[in-house]
Design a protein around this ligand. Structure first.
Ligand code: AMP
Length: 115
C-alpha cells in the first residue's frame, strides 16, 4: 500500500466509494466522474503504478480483472449490448491516478478511434 495513493485508500476502506465488487485481489467501484451510464473502475489491491510496472507475477490477477469485468457487465445488464475496457498509461495515455486501474464503460455506444 502507498500511503499517498487515493485508490489504495479506497481499497482499504479509508476513503469511501460505491463498491460494486471486491475480493482478496481486486476492488471495483463507480467512477466519481462517470463518462458513460455505467463507469466502473477495477483496481488491484496491490499498489502498482502503471501498466509498465506489471510483472509475470501479476499475470493471473490481470486475467482475473478481465473476467470480473465481464461478470460486472453481465450483472449490471450491459454485456450483450457491449462495453469498453480502457487502461490509460502515463501522460499521453491520459493517466492521472497513479495506481493501475481499468475503466469498464457501458450503457451507450462508443466511437472508434477514441479521442
Ligand atoms: P485515469 O485518467 O485513467 O487515471 O482515470 C482516473 C479516474 O479516476 C478518473 O476517471 C476519475 O474520475 C477517477 N477518480 C478519481 N478519484 C476518484 C475517487 N475518489 N472515486 C472514484 N473515482 C475517482
Amino acid at each position: 500500500m502507498s500511503d499517498s495513493c487515493i485508490f489504495c485508500k479506497i481499497a482499504s476502506g479509508e476513503i469511501p466509494a460505491k463498491i460494486v465488487y471486491q475480493d482478496d485481489q481486486i476492488v471495483a467501484f463507480e467512477d466519481v466522474a462517470p463518462q458513460a451510464p455505467h463507469h466502473i473502475l477495477i483496481i488491484p489491491r496491490k499498489h502498482i503504478r502503471t501498466t509498465l510496472d506489471l510483472t509475470t507475477a501479476d499475470n493471473q490477477m490481470i486475467g482475473h480483472i478481465y473476467q470480473i469485468a465481464g461478470k460486472i457487465a453481465h450483472d449490471l445488464g450491459f454485456s450483450e449490448d457491449g462495453f469498453r475496457i480502457v487502461n490509460n498509461c502515463n501522460a499521453d495515455g491520459g493517466q492521472v491516478v497513479w495506481h493501475l486501474h481499468f475503466h469498464l464503460l457501458g450503457g451507450r455506444e462508443f466511437v472508434w478511434p477514441p479521442g
